[in-house]
Design a protein around this ligand. Structure first.
Ligand code: PLP
Length: 493
């Protein structure tokens, strides 16, 4: 065959040989996920793949030719689906669980099917509008200043990185220093103050931004794991006495719900210290800030949240939507866009923002240019359920956690280490670490509940994270009874 013949033959074949149409794909693939969801409370978290299964997965060659949909479904049903643990199981109370509402999960299915690129208004006029509206709803629900704006991110980690960078650029300007121009080449070492209970995504973000660990000042939290204004003030003063002019404090990062125990820092006090020293005040509210929308005592404990300079939220935690739904906000939207706005010749014709103040190019409010429409699933969920039901669900979790905490507190074999006001209860066995860990291991092995550990005040504690949409008081009773049986077995041996 000569060259021309080869080219002619090549173009006679269609670019993609489809062996299915989209409707058929949906008909064949969707039932797999629906069946998984139906059984989600029966699917344990603890799963260990046998060598044979792992080998089967890793041995799969790249398919050179199309396989039938039946073959694909068979592989999924044999090797993948039966070995997926469920963090949506209402008895999965470890880490920060995810238990999304069906309205949000099914709503999220539209996202890839619509395939909207929300980096530019022009590329997704109503997509960017609905996402901006959801951000506006969060702003209203949390009573944040009306100029607050930002963007959706993958999760809490992406949101923290976004907010810290925006804050640093702003703080640099305040000190006559252009971080966007100079990087961090400054004669003084920048300092960021945070609680020793802060989630490690903050440290990761600071490291990614190139500041280095020496810029991080972990400040000791109180006996209740909360950061006070005085503790930060003392730390700043100590640094100034020790290092004088060679350091420049730039930022305080507070917690509206620590991952370890659900502790809430004294946000009002931290705001005061930030004002005293002209510092940026960020709050990590990834999971806990949503408790503010409830009518519970803990909502009042979140006073000061509305005074932040930046805030991270994560709706895939305590707002019952599926992964990925982080939100990065600055209370002055211009600070966010000053940090992220960058022109490019290939984007000039998409630069125009709409006349509506809320309609913005999201690429200027965070680091990705192209990303999916993350706000749609939240809009669908809130529209179909109404926000009151979400408030009720968070309130129910708080009541369940308080109920469970009281059961533990009234049992002389256990010691309560942290209260469940924000959904997380930590406790130990009175005989110490060995028995505490053994009880947890047995509970995990029984595969009915899954709880994890953390370390508080130097002690390994069992941590129950009660943030699930479908758990209720009977789930708490069931957990407590299972713990008691295990505890008694250990006491008898
Ligand atoms: C308080 C807090 N901040 C940040 C994060 C990080 O969020 P993500 O895992 O969505 O990146 C977590 C995760 O659990 C968290 O609990």
């Amino acid at each position: 065959m000569d060259n021309e013949e080869i080219i002619a033959k090549f173009f006679q074949t269609p670019p993609l040989k489809y062996n299915t149409n989209p409707e058929e794909l949906i008909d064949k693939l969707l039932p797999i996920a629906l069946k998984y969801q139906k059984n989600v409370d029966k699917i344990p978290f603890y799963r260990k793949l046998t060598g044979e299964y792992i080998q089967k997965i890793f041995d799969l060659p790249i398919p050179n030719d199309p396989q039938s949909i039946e073959e694909v479904v068979a592989f999924l049903n044999t090797y993948i689906i039966p070995n997926l643990p469920s963090t949506t199981n209402q008895r999965f109370l470890a880490y920060i669980p995810s238990d999304p509402a069906p309205e949000a999960m099914v709503g999220a299915m539209l996202t890839p099917l619509l395939n909207q690129m929300v980096g530019s208004v022009q590329a997704s006029v109503s997509g960017t509008a609905i996402e901006a509206l959801v951000i506006q709803w969060f702003v209203q629900l949390l009573n944040l200043p009306k100029n607050t704006f930002g963007s959706f991110t993958t999760g809490g980690s992406g949101a923290i990185l976004t907010c810290i960078y925006a804050g640093l650029v702003h703080q640099g300007k305040l000190h006559g220093f252009d971080i966007k121009e100079e990087g961090y080449f400054h004669p003084k070492r920048f300092l960021i103050y945070l609680s020793d209970q802060t989630h490690n995504s903050v440290e990761k973000a600071i490291l990614m931004l190139g500041l280095g660990r020496k810029s991080i000042r972990y400040v000791k939290s109180s006996v209740n794991f909360e950061l006070t204004g005085n503790a930060v003030r003392t730390a700043i003063q100590e640094d100034q006495d020790k290092f004088g002019d060679s350091v420049l404090p730039l930022m305080i990062i507070g917690n509206a719900g620590t991952t370890n125990s659900g502790a809430i820092d004294f946000l009002d006090e931290l705001r005061e210290v930030a004002d005293e020293y002209q510092l940026w005040f960020h709050v990590d509210g990834a999971y806990g800030a949503f408790a503010k929308i409830t009518n519970t005592p803990v909502s009042r404990r979140l006073v000061g949240l509305e005074k932040v300079d930046s805030l991270t939220l994560d709706a895939h935690k305590w707002f019952y939507v599926p992964f990925e739904a982080g939100v990065a906000l600055t209370t002055n939207h211009k600070i966010m866009s000053n940090a992220f706005e960058l022109s490019a010749e290939y984007l000039i014709d998409s630069e125009l923002e709409n006349d509506y103040p809320l309609q913005r190019n999201f690429r200027s409010y965070g680091f990705p240019l192209t990303r999916e429409l993350r706000g749609l699933k939240i809009w669908i969920m809130l529209s179909l359920l109404g926000v009151q039901q979400i408030k009720n669900a968070i309130t129910r979790n708080i009541l369940q956690a308080n109920y469970f905490q009281n059961l533990i507190d009234n049992n002389s074999q256990f010691e309560l280490i942290s209260r469940g006001d924000l959904g997380i209860v930590c406790f130990v066995h009175k005989d110490g670490e060995y028995t505490t860990i053994k009880i947890l291991e047995k509970l995990q092995k029984q595969n009915n509940f899954y709880l994890s550990t953390t370390v508080l005040a130097g002690k390994t504690v069992i941590r129950a994270c009660i943030l699930n949409l479908r758990s209720d008081l009977s789930t708490m009773d069931e957990l407590y009874n299972e713990l008691i049986v295990i505890e008694q077995e250990f006491s008898l041996t």
